[in-house]
Design a protein. Structure first.
Length: 462
């Protein structure tokens, strides 16, 4: 017999999950260096168990909510937006989770505020307490982000005067703005694409990856995707120029959104295609020039797109490059140092071919084609993180044919949601055991709840 589900139960279960996440993050999250605990300490271990307990509860709540959404009486969009707000609420004041990138954002904003070239130097050039919070592997790394995001980070730096807690709250509010824009765009894009708005919101905004990495992790991908989604909404109507501006601004947060300009052109149809292309290109170039001038950061972001990735990155092309390099080194070949860059170049070439195949041969709707293209870029690129999956998933949720990809995407989501430890660092065996213990504890609690829901009531007439 199935576990009884309704919207209120799903909302309560997800709230319990994010509350456990926030509580566990107080000792196991990506804390400021002065507050970091030894993961082997009792408090650190308990926090790690609590975080993974919460993650599994959240995944269960999301999966059960999917049954409600796909049921005979799906909840209205407004009710789902309420669920999203309730689930996100405990994470608002929680410490950063699953990544220390938010500290890099704050340091880069302070560098711009101090008139240091973020495209030539890493946060170590800034020095001081804020730079100390940045993960060691990124201390000497120039930023790959565009002038729009750096302008936001710089403004936040000026407002908070380098105060880390205030900066963290500010960055989370920026991420929440991005998530709110995503949630506003999804139902509109779904209706335009002939998809179910409620299902799109469930898969694209209530997704655990959104809550874990865009809200709890405060990643700037939220702002990129929010601007991209609203830009596509504008472009499909009478506001083509506004759509181009918004999509260009999204690309000036993070470069992958530039693919959205293809969808903006395609949404206008074939009539007057040449004029549409010229208008789109002209508006995009003008927006880029204006945003770059306003930010005052220059055009170093173009060269910075080749910013190196972590040597421990698990992108397929990077894994193949490291394995090939190790084999060549073992064989005594002098070509070993070339293996990794060659595999990464091959991945970028494969991305181009896949994108061309999607747009020229498959020819799905513009929004769906863009989602598939961004998914290919994330999978075949030189770097991959769990939240990169949201680049494509967000738009696939909005435009995929009914029943085409939902279950498979949901399965990938559940795996990726469990892939990173809350401190953002590489795991060791003890931490993996603690994380598995937390998830197993949540599974036991869910099973006991299932059993209690179907236990016979004493005194009931036979």
């Amino acid at each position: 017999m199935a576990f009884p589900v309704d919207l209120r139960r799903c909302q309560a279960l997800g709230l319990a999950g994010t509350a456990a996440l926030a509580l566990g993050g107080e000792t196991a999250g990506a804390l400021p260096v002065r507050e970091l605990l030894d993961p082997a300490s009792a408090r650190g271990a308990l926090g790690l168990v609590g975080v993974y307990f919460g993650v599994v509860l959240l995944i269960a709540a999301w999966a059960l909510l999917g049954k409600v959404v796909r049921g005979p009486e799906p909840p209205p969009v407004r009710a789902l937006l309420g669920v999203l707000a309730v689930w996100a609420a405990p994470l608002l004041l929680a410490p950063p989770l699953f990544s220390r990138d938010v500290y890099s954002y704050l340091a880069q904003g302070a560098m711009v505020d101090a008139h240091l070239d973020v495209y030539a130097h890493g946060p170590a050039q800034l020095g001081g307490p804020l730079a100390d919070e940045v993960a060691p592997m990124w201390q000497q790394t120039a930023t790959p982000y565009g002038p729009v995001f750096l302008a936001v980070a710089s403004a936040l730096s000026g407002l908070t005067r380098g105060d880390v807690p205030a900066g963290l709250i500010g960055m989370r509010l920026v991420a929440l703005l991005g998530v709110a824009l995503m949630a506003a765009a999804l139902p509109r894009l779904a209706r335009h694409s002939g998809a179910d708005p409620a299902a799109a919101l469930w898969l694209g905004a209530l997704n655990p990856l959104v809550l874990l990495h865009l809200v709890a992790g405060a990643h700037n991908d939220a702002l990129m995707l929010g601007l991209l989604g609203i830009g596509l909404v504008a472009a499909r109507g009478r506001w083509h120029v506004l759509g181009v501006v918004l999509v260009t601004l999204a690309a000036l947060v993070k470069a992958p959104a530039a693919l959205g300009l293809l969808a903006v052109v395609a949404l206008r149809g074939r009539r007057g295609l040449g004029r549409t292309v010229l208008t789109t290109a002209g508006v995009a170039l003008a927006t880029t020039a204006a945003a770059t001038a306003a930010a005052g950061t220059g055009y170093g972001w173009i060269a910075a797109l080749k910013t190196p990735v972590s040597p421990h990155n698990w992108a397929p092309t990077s894994v193949l490059g490291r394995a090939t390099g190790a084999l060549l080194h073992h064989l005594g070949s002098g070509l070993a140092p070339l293996a990794l860059p060659l595999w990464q170049a091959a991945g970028l070439g494969a991305t181009v071919l896949v994108v061309l195949f999607i747009w020229l041969r498959l020819k799905p709707g513009p929004v769906y084609a863009l989602g598939l293209s961004l998914a290919a870029m994330a999978a075949l690129g030189p770097a991959i993180r769990p939240w990169y999956a949201l680049w494509g998933l967000f738009l696939i949720a909005a435009a995929a044919p009914r029943g085409a990809v939902g279950p498979r995407v949901a399965a990938v989501t559940c795996v990726l949601a469990l892939a990173v430890l809350p401190g953002g660092g590489p795991p060791d065996a003890a931490q993996v055991v603690l994380a598995v213990s937390g998830g197993a504890l949540a599974a036991v609690v869910l099973w006991q709840a299932h059993q209690a829901a179907h236990a016979p009531v004493l005194g009931r007439a036979a």
